[in-house]
Design a protein around this ligand. Structure first.
Ligand code: ADP
Ligand code: MG
Length: 675
């Protein structure tokens, strides 16, 4: 099964490269390239009875091929007349001489497409042509890539099936029986060539289950590696000195979360707590309290943030706050020099640093803690599951706190974190006013710029976010700088503008960000790097261009950059999209300032950058299951996985060998190390 696709007829270097783009290297990959759907050829129509309101299959025989006609633009057009007992129909093919030549006069074909015309004259443009195969009533539709047609791919899959492949059976038979799932051989045939839609459904169900089950087992193993059975139990202590050191009183919700966390930390069972609170609800204080609490018991803490910007900001705030209380706070990011890193590593290993804030750099080898008691992951959804597991390995006896503004369904949370306790911060710090949100179209943007100028004149600051430079090369960079230039020449002459984007060096970003914080930069033009966590309370307007390109939760995060002080803040969404769905989505954001409500809506409508996109939960990309909708299946698979792990915790039983292999592949895919 690990045989390369190159053994198949018609697969040379070029074809292999195309297949590789789809992630297909081996015969097995090819067979596991599941169809996205099927062309229904099961009940072909006669020419006269074909409906005119949608695509359908018509069974007919070729009676005439006209020659080639050239039309404008150098296109070549071919006409073919087909007949059945009910009448005749004219087919047009564009630039596809090959398809026309291949049609024979002797056998009927199924022509699939949209029938047009009236009772007397019927026609079909660019039909798909299928041979009549009563044993293949549904033709599979595959995800394709440039240069690779559906027909070619289907043919390759057929060749692979003809080799009578013995795919490994990942699902133990007991589980298949219990959940009424087909075996791999039957299922793989049925998913590519179902005899009925029910069969296709059954086959899909099996593969969805298989995928989720493998994932659940993999997560279970990852967790079992990191969750030691005992943790450092902290000494109970009065939190008042911590509260007294804060510049503001905490909200009840914050205090509740802190009390729940610190109570957990006093037990010798490792705490595993998720703090969920909307953008701006003050989650950082919970992390600070936890770190302080651990320090009182002589333990170290680590706080991992997804971006340098955020790590830097946490460092500035927390070193000030906790330094006052006598704690040593350190910062470790990728942009430190080797010498700086060595110094911090030493201080960590000898216990001189009490709280270390950092990015992924915390995960690198050689970072050792003397006595790690609490591991905090901020904006957890931005990390891969394996990354979090790695941090955990730095302190096998540490308690865990994860913080997030994006709620995820309970069942999925269970899979990702295992059993975890939840603290919800459902209250904003006092004095916050909801951010007023408006949607405008670009002709009105001039007025919005004027509105921004008025606020800058009053001493406030603002953001303009545009979807530039994301992943783009030099072109994008130029576009961003050009745009900054245009803004400062045309609309913001005499104002101090700054540019921030993901392709800048960390030190440069930091410089821009801190000068924005100090108010030297009045207007920050940025890509979505400001999305998570950035906190500048004097910034009161957030203008987002091409708002339709962002997911709702992402827009909500962006909006969360303003409204952090006591002044009325504004979010202006610029979009010229006319799609009613997009308008509805943006309107939803104008109406609601509740992150949970927004996430729920996002989940239901599934727009761009849906919050359960891969970036948002760190799980590997699914081939067939859908983590935002197949929740019942997630739960079923999770239960089955737990049952299996109870009997065979490391999946080492010989009969589980195929499962073990699949799980290892998956763990590697999420960046973990297999045992
Ligand atoms: P998030 O939950 O989005 O991580 P932060 O922890 O960054 O929120 O807090 C947002 C802002 O609110 C920060 O400027 C922080 O100092 C401030 N803040 C947090 N808690 C309170 C509070 N109880 N009262 C007033 N301001 C607070
Ligand atoms: Mg935060």
């Amino acid at each position: 099964m690990e045989t390369s696709v190159q053994v198949l007829r018609g697969v040379g270097v070029q074809r292999a490269a195309q297949l590789e783009k789809l992630g297909i290297r081996t015969i097995q990959d090819l067979l596991l390239h599941y169809p996205r759907g099927y062309v229904d050829l099961s009940r072909p129509h006669s020419i006269q009875s074909a409906p005119l309101d949608g695509p359908c299959a018509v069974l007919a025989t070729v009676v005439k091929k006209s020659g080639e006609t050239r039309i404008r633009g150098g296109m070549k057009l071919y006409k073919v007349t087909v007949e059945d007992t009910s009448g005749s129909m004219e087919l047009t093919f564009f630039n596809n001489r090959y398809a026309v030549d291949a049609l024979s006069y002797d056998t009927p074909y199924l022509f699939y497409g949209r029938v047009e015309g009236n009772f007397l004259r019927r026609s079909m443009a660019s039909p798909m042509v299928y041979p009549l195969r009563p044993d293949r009533p549904f033709f599979p539709i595959y995800r394709l890539t440039a240069g690779l047609s559906g027909r070619v791919l289907a043919n390759l899959v057929d060749q692979a099936l003809e080799r009578s492949p013995a795919l490994p059976e990942v699902l133990p038979s007991a589980i298949r029986e219990e959940h009424d799932l087909w075996g791999i051989g039957e299922a793989i045939r049925a998913i590519h060539h179902p005899a009925s839609l029910e069969e296709a459904q059954q086959a899909r169900r099996r593969f969805i289950f298989e995928e989720l089950f493998t994932l659940a087992v993999g997560m279970g193993i990852l967790k079992s590696r990191t969750h030691g059975s005992t943790a450092v139990a902290m000494h109970p202590c009065d939190l008042q000195p911590f509260y007294d050191a804060l510049p503001f009183p905490l909200t009840d919700a914050q205090r509740r979360a802190i009390e729940e966390l610190t109570a957990d930390m006093c037990r010798s069972i490792p705490a595993n707590r998720l703090v969920q609170g909307d953008v701006g609800s003050g989650k950082t204080m919970v992390a600070a309290a936890g770190a302080w609490f651990a320090w009182k018991s002589g333990a170290q803490s680590a706080l991992m943030a997804p971006t340098e910007l955020l790590a830097q900001q946490h460092y500035e705030n927390l070193s000030k706050l906790l330094g006052k209380l006598g704690m040593q706070v350190g910062l470790l990011t990728g942009s430190h020099t080797a010498a700086q890193k060595r110094k911090i590593r030493e201080a960590l290993a000898t216990g001189k640093i009490d709280l270390c804030i950092g990015t992924h750099a915390l995960l690198t080898q050689g970072v050792e803690f003397q006595n790690l008691g609490l591991v905090v992951t901020d904006e957890q959804h931005r990390f891969g599951v394996a990354q979090r597991a790695l941090l955990q390995q730095k302190g096998p006896r540490a308690h865990t706190l994860v913080m997030s503004a994006t709620p995820i369904p309970r069942t999925l949370a269970l899979m990702i974190y295992g059993e975890l306790d939840l603290s919800v911060i459902d209250q904003m710090p006092p004095g916050r006013q909801p951010v007023k949100t408006y949607k405008i179209s670009s002709p009105k943007q001039d007025r919005a710029f004027g509105f921004i100028r008025e606020h800058l004149d009053k001493g406030f600051q603002a953001y303009i976010v545009c979807p530039l430079v994301e992943g783009a090369q030099e072109v994008g960079l130029h576009a961003a700088t050009d745009y900054l230039e245009e803004l400062s020449q045309k609309y913001f002459k005499g104002y101090r503008l700054g540019l921030l984007h993901g392709r800048m060096k960390a030190a440069e970003k930091e410089r821009v960000m801190s000068s924005f914080k100090r108010g030297e930069i009045q207007l920050l033009v940025s890509t979505t790097v400001v999305e998570v966590g950035v906190d500048v309370p004097n910034a009161v307007i957030m203008l987002v261009e091409n708002a339709e390109r962002f997911g709702l939760s992402q827009l909500h995060q962006l909006r969360g950059r303003v409204g952090r002080g006591k002044v009325q803040s504004y979010c202006i969404l610029v979009s010229d999209s006319r799609a009613s769905e997009t308008l509805d989505r943006l309107q939803m954001l104008c109406r609601s300032s509740n992150g949970f409500e927004i996430a729920e809506y996002d989940l239901k409508t599934r727009g761009p950058g849906n919050f359960l996109g891969q970036e948002q939960h760190g799980l590997p990309r699914m081939r067939i299951a859908d983590l935002s909708t197949d929740l019942r299946e997630v739960e079923e698979a999770q239960l089955a996985a737990q049952q299996l792990l109870r009997e065979d915790p490391q999946v080492t039983a010989p009969e589980h060998a195929p499962l073990r292999e699949a799980v290892e592949r998956l763990i590697q895919a999420v960046g973990g190390r297999p045992n």
